[in-house]
Write a protein that binds this ligand. Structure first.
Ligand code: HDE
Length: 699
């Protein structure tokens, strides 16, 4: 029996499938013969109190909702496993990090932060990346985000920050957006937010897919080995598929076209057997180097640049199973930073310390009492023996004593022995006066914001400037716009000047550049992954008269590379190929949009077909794909569709009957099956994801 399946086997015990035979019943098991009409006094009379079936059904329904998470309300989850590459015994005694042959099951929940449960996926926001490891020594939760830094340094500021970013209190607007006065008011007055704000304004805040984003533990944690030696550690998740993002215009359109864009992508990939995978990496800092940095390791608004302390890969995680019931699993899962196992410990990071209080506290309300660890998704696979009893939703029938020490219960459960695997808190020496003051070592709020800015490629900088202009442009209070720009001027003068020009406030007189060099590892340019096109969604626009051989020749190669190819036409049903046969259409153009695809291919008709001007939906599709930096491929007379967009600014270089790949636009006017050269160039263009060196197109 594979021990890595223990969580799945445990879950199976909780499956509640309706018995195959037998009628509908009440909760009490009484058979119900009629659930369509209430019991009334006469056919048109009032409903009777006596109708216990009606009352039970309605009462249950009335109580079907639980409070949503105060932050991270909207999420999507999946099960999978983690396996270490090698033993990490030198640094930690955590059992799940010792043996490469031991798989540990996990449940991961990805989330947005600001919006409610029903908000759209592709908002500009941080993404949660929370992992529960069901280890043999108990549950370990790594409750991270897709940014490596946070907006505040001390958890006591969390309610202020969250109140500021959440919809405004008087009108509950905006949903799922940070572009409003209160957030920017807070930012402009609280410069410790600036580093995380730079990340929020970057493309990291609009991931293409949960499968294509990094995860970070954010805080400096502590590994502890069997000898009791501590090592500071920062956790990194790195996706196999590379890190890829949307563009803002596209992300906004997606919110309407498919609000489930990210959760659907995760679900569909797992259903298709395309299991997403991340590598777990650690940055390790020996305790004696605690003060070797020009920032404080305990400050969660700082990264340790990877060029200074490389990320060491220690294992991989694969997500291979969708939950069976969203509410039971994804909604009821309860993560907690204080769920640690022997070998992983805390530091005095004041944000982490606050989190260690907050998660359990919030879950008492959200999950209705203290017994939520008994819910199937939260249950450890390690044996649980406590003296905790009673309370709402206690579902076990405990027998025996419930206190310690006892003799009547045979002294059980006893303390773990010295040779056991008990958690012992790291014996850090601590002394000091009680004070309410931020450490002076936490005071530099600008250097790393500048480091991030300096490390961006030109196109990333442009997107950041555009994002600031969008967000501040939605702020009504001009004083807030100005104050924010003044803060930006302390990060980088050029950034501040460009933002100021866009939002109609004066350029600040004082401009510093808090430059601290660059960290190339921060740019998306360095995070492209393995360059595969697996699971990329490619639209092939087809119409009557299309050359089926041409379509098939490209489709075959793309499918072999793992891409998902769909044929789109003006209407559903079939189109007639140039050979007179009918070919099935996957989707009708009016039901989809370019923003739902990663690339577009325009095949043509046979020799002699005049250049096509496609229907308006198709033209818009191609224009949007081009505008959003997506690869565009065109073959034969299909090149005509692309060239029809030239007057709008689209740049096209074609040579007659030759493959030309320029700025992600790949063309070949030759008729017939696509050449290998064309398909290779198109696959490469898709693998690059986006092409930012294009001139702008009119909208
Ligand atoms: Fe959270 N956070 N957080 N947070 N957080 C919650 O817990 C909190 C912080 C993160 O998918 C809540 O059960 C405080 C940093 C994720 O279920 C709550 C502070 C990071 C999730 C809470 C922080 C996170 C949460 C809301 C500052 C990244 C979703 C409901 C001291 C490292 C987990 C709940 C899931 C959820 C408190 C800051 C990540 C209220 C007080 C930093 C991924 O307990």
């Amino acid at each position: 029996m594979d021990p890595a399946d223990s969580k799945q086997r445990q879950r199976e015990r909780f499956h509640a499938d309706d018995p195959a035979a037998g009628p509908l019943t009440t909760d009490q098991g009484v058979a119900v013969d009629h659930t369509d009409d209430s019991l009334t006094a006469g056919e048109r009379g009032p409903t009777l109190m006596e109708d216990f079936h009606f009352r039970e059904k309605l009462t249950h329904f009335d109580h079907e909702r639980i409070p949503e998470r105060v932050v991270h309300a909207r999420g999507a989850g999946a099960y999978g496993y983690f396996e270490p590459y090698e033993s990490c015994a030198e640094f930690t005694r955590a059992a799940f990090l010792q043996d490469p042959s031991v798989r540990t099951e996990v449940f991961v929940r990805f989330s947005t932060v600001q919006g409610p449960r029903g908000s759209a996926d592709t908002v500009r926001d941080v993404r949660g990346f929370a992992t529960k490891f069901y280890t043999s020594e108990g549950n370990y939760d790594l409750v991270g985000n897709n940014f490596p830094v946070f907006f505040i340094q001390d958890g006591i500021k969390f309610p202020d920050f969250v109140h500021a970013v959440k919809p405004e209190p008087h009108n509950d607007m905006p949903t799922g957006a940070s572009a409003h006065d209160t957030l920017w008011d807070f930012v402009s007055l609280q410069p410790e937010t600036l580093h995380a704000i730079m990340w929020l304004m970057s493309d990291r805040a609009i991931p293409r897919s949960y499968r294509m984003m990094q995860g970070f533990g954010v805080h400096t944690f502590r590994f502890v080995n069997a000898e009791g030696r501590g090592t500071f550690v920062k956790f990194h998740w790195k996706p196999r598929l590379g890190v890829h993002s949307l563009v803002w215009d596209e992300a906004q359109e997606c919110q309407g076209r498919n609000p489930d864009f990210n959760r659907g992508d995760l679900w569909n990939a797992i259903e298709a057997g395309e299991y997403p995978e991340w590598e777990l990496g650690v940055q390790l800092v020996p305790e004696e180097d605690e003060f070797a940095f020009d920032f404080d390791l305990l400050d969660p608004t700082k990264i340790i640049p990877e060029e200074q302390v490389p990320v060491r890969p220690i294992g991989r995680m694969v997500l291979n199973r969708n939950p069976e019931n969203f509410f039971a699993e994804t909604e009821q899962v309860a993560f907690h930073t204080a769920n640690v196992v022997p070998g992983i410990d805390f530091t005095n990071d004041p944000l982490l310390q606050a989190r260690n209080f907050s998660y359990l506290d919030t879950q008492l309300t959200r999950l209705g009492g203290p017994n939520f660890a008994q819910l199937p998704v939260n249950r450890p696979v390690a044996p649980v023996r406590t003296n905790q009893r009673d309370g709402h939703h206690q579902s076990a029938i405990h027998r025996g004593t419930n206190y310690f020490p006892n003799s009547l219960g045979g002294g059980c459960p006893a303390h773990a022995g010295a040779d056991g695997n008990a958690f012992t808190h790291y014996a850090e020496r601590v002394d000091g006066h009680k004070i309410r003051r931020r450490s002076p070592s936490f005071q530099d709020h600008y250097s790393q914001a500048a480091l991030f800015w300096n490390s961006m490629a030109d196109w990333e900088r442009q997107h950041i400037v555009d994002a600031f202009r969008f967000e501040l442009g939605k702020v009504d209070a001009l004083a807030v716009r100005s104050r924010t720009v003044e803060q930006l001027a302390k990060v980088d003068g050029e950034l501040a000047a460009q933002v100021a020009a866009g939002v109609g406030v004066p350029e600040p007189a004082e401009k510093a550049t808090a430059s601290k060099g660059t960290s190339p590892a921060l740019s998306l340019e360095s995070l492209r992954g393995e360059g595969s096109i697996r699971t990329r969604q490619i639209a092939v626009l087809v119409t009557d008269g299309i050359d089926p051989e041409q379509v098939a020749s490209v489709r075959e190669v793309l499918a072999a590379e793992g891409a998902i190819v769909e044929a789109l036409a003006a209407t559903d049903g079939t189109v007639e190929g140039s050979d007179g046969e009918r070919y099935t259409v996957d989707r009708a153009l009016p039901t989809v949009a370019s923003v739902l695809y990663d690339a577009v291919l325009l095949p043509g008709g046979p020799v002699g077909t005049p250049p096509t001007t496609a229907d308006p939906d198709a033209m818009r599709f191609v224009r949007d794909a081009y505008r959003h930096g997506k690869p565009v491929g065109a073959l034969g007379s299909g090149v005509g569709i692309v060239s029809a967009l030239e007057p709008e600014g689209l740049r096209l270089s074609t040579e007659f009957h030759r493959v030309v790949a320029d700025q992600g636009v790949v063309t070949d006017t030759s008729p017939g099956a696509a050449s290998e050269e064309f398909t290779r160039a198109f696959v490469e263009a898709v693998a690059a994801h986006r092409h930012w060196n294009r001139p702008p197109v009119r909208r």
